[in-house]
Design a protein around this ligand. Structure first.
Ligand code: GLN
Length: 449
């Protein structure tokens, strides 16, 4: 598969190319709501968008929350600054997301993005608009962010490539935090080549983020692929069947090894404990005083003022503030938070051992894209359980990539490949090989804008 970025730079563009493109995009966006903001006055160049929690100077960056309505950053996130420093790229706009990244389907926000294949279906989350934008537009890449699967999930549900780098490979400066020990900026694109180009532009040390310390990126190829038995058992039968077909195809090149890992199977609980604990501290600053939507009602009492301001949080954000604050409280923190950290350490060691020898491959989600109306019927715990496969690599900070490989009932399916810390280029190589070597039919169903 070619790089769309390179193809775009080669093709002749008519004079009214951008006017036409943005006129069509604005129309499409009324139906799909991929973008919160469209920058129709952009410079010429290959378009890139940013998830609404990545700061872009002069553009409303509200992290999908009413609390940050009207917040217009006065600076660029490092990742954005680095892309913009290449004049061949141009900023397309800000994409829709679940409030502060809290969600798996993109529905936890005021106006939610729609699946590019069928608007009745969920786009996936939390980087919902980012994936829909790539699926609708041929010459556009989306800069997104993942805490527990927010790049892989929507990429899978919209039939595009979603790449999440090693934790600390891309600076988080200018990212509106969800959970600092888990957040990673990554990229969604139509091909692994394009994901690599953008990743290589964004990554590398940054004085503004001391956790951005991963310099050396390798491409060590593995011959072995691990599949975790107990996890696959939890997937929908239609997903299992499609995934087993994929394994059969890969079996001619790779040694497929089925193993058990109870620690990976139980990763959802420690993830949500850690993520909520961190989220609750990050959200504490939004009091409507220095940060967050400011109320004009200064006559109010102290408690009343802050309580009212915090009404601007959505239901899922409130749930996470309550649970996260409880988890961190003195009387229970060892029971939950400390224990979760211990399990996280065990998970990293176990996955690390496997990833020295091979990749880990799974479906990206245990289900195909659900209808938006069905997502609304899920309980919080049911919804969290859909992160079964995406959580282990995110909790461990391991690079992973979701790539489209099949369809069920006309909706695309993604598979998730994981490798060891810093071996990011290897999984991009793997997907490139997949794109080139196999019957590759998903492309024809994507938008041509
Ligand atoms: N669904 C997960 C959560 O709600 C992951 C979201 C994310 O990666 N931002 O925490």
């Amino acid at each position: 598969m070619t790089s769309y970025i390179e193809e775009f730079n080669r093709i002749e563009k008519p004079k009214d190319y951008y006017d036409n493109l943005f006129a069509q995009l604005e129309k499409l966006n009324e139906e799909y709501h991929a973008f919160n903001v469209i920058n129709n006055k952009t410079n010429p160049g290959f378009l890139f968008s940013t998830k609404a929690n990545i700061c872009v100077k002069g553009f409303e960056t509200d992290a999908g929350s009413k609390m940050l309505k009207g917040y217009v950053p006065s600076f660029n996130a490092t990742a954005v600054e680095r892309i913009l420093s290449d004049k061949k790229f141009a900023f397309a706009g800000v994409t829709a997301m679940d409030e502060f990244g809290f969600g798996t389907f993109g529905t936890n926000t005021e106006v939610c993005a729609r699946n590019a294949f069928d608007r009745e279906y969920a786009a996936g989350g939390s980087s919902s608009g980012a994936a829909v934008a790539v699926a609708l537009m041929k010459y556009q890449v989306s800069v997104a962010e993942s805490t527990g699967g927010s790049i892989a999930t929507p990429a899978a549900l919209n039939g595009v490539v979603g790449f999440t780098p090693t934790y600390g490979a891309v600076s988080r400066y200018g990212l509106i935090d969800y959970a600092n020990s888990l957040d990673k900026i990554g990229v969604m694109a139509r091909s692994s080549d394009d994901a690599r180009i953008v990743f290589d532009m964004m990554r590398g040390r940054d004085d503004y983020d001391t956790t951005c310390a991963v310099d050396k990126i390798t491409a060590e190829r593995r011959k072995k692929i691990f599949v975790i038995n107990g996890m696959l058992e939890k997937a929908d039968p239609s997903i299992k069947t499609a995934f087993e077909k994929l394994l059969n195809r890969l079996g001619s090149t790779y040694e497929i090894t089925h193993v058990d890992s109870s620690i990976m199977e139980m990763a959802i609980a420690p993830y949500y404990i850690i993520a909520m604990a961190e989220a609750s501290t990050n959200l504490a600053k939004y009091t409507g005083y220095k940060y967050g939507l400011m109320s004009e009602d200064f006559y109010k009492q102290y408690n009343e003022f802050f309580t009212d301001a915090r009404e601007n949080f959505g239901i899922e954000a409130k749930r996470r503030i309550l649970l996260g604050t409880f988890i961190r409280s003195e009387s229970v923190k060892d029971k939950y938070y400390t224990k979760a950290l211990v399990i996280r350490g065990m998970l990293i060691r176990e996955m690390d051992r496997m990833l020295k020898e091979g990749y880990i491959l799974s479906p990206t989600l245990p289900i195909k894209a659900p209808r938006i109306s069905d997502v609304k019927k899920l309980s919080p715990v049911e919804s969290y359980s859909m992160d079964l496969f995406t959580i282990p690599p995110n909790l461990g900070g391991f690079p992973h990539i979701s790539f489209p490989y099949d369809y069920v009932d006309g909706m695309p399916l993604g598979a998730q490949l994981v490798t060891g810390h810093g071996n990011d280029h290897a999984i991009l190589d793997f997907v490139k090989e997949w794109e080139e070597g196999f019957e590759y039919k998903y492309k024809q169903n994507l938008g041509e804008l």
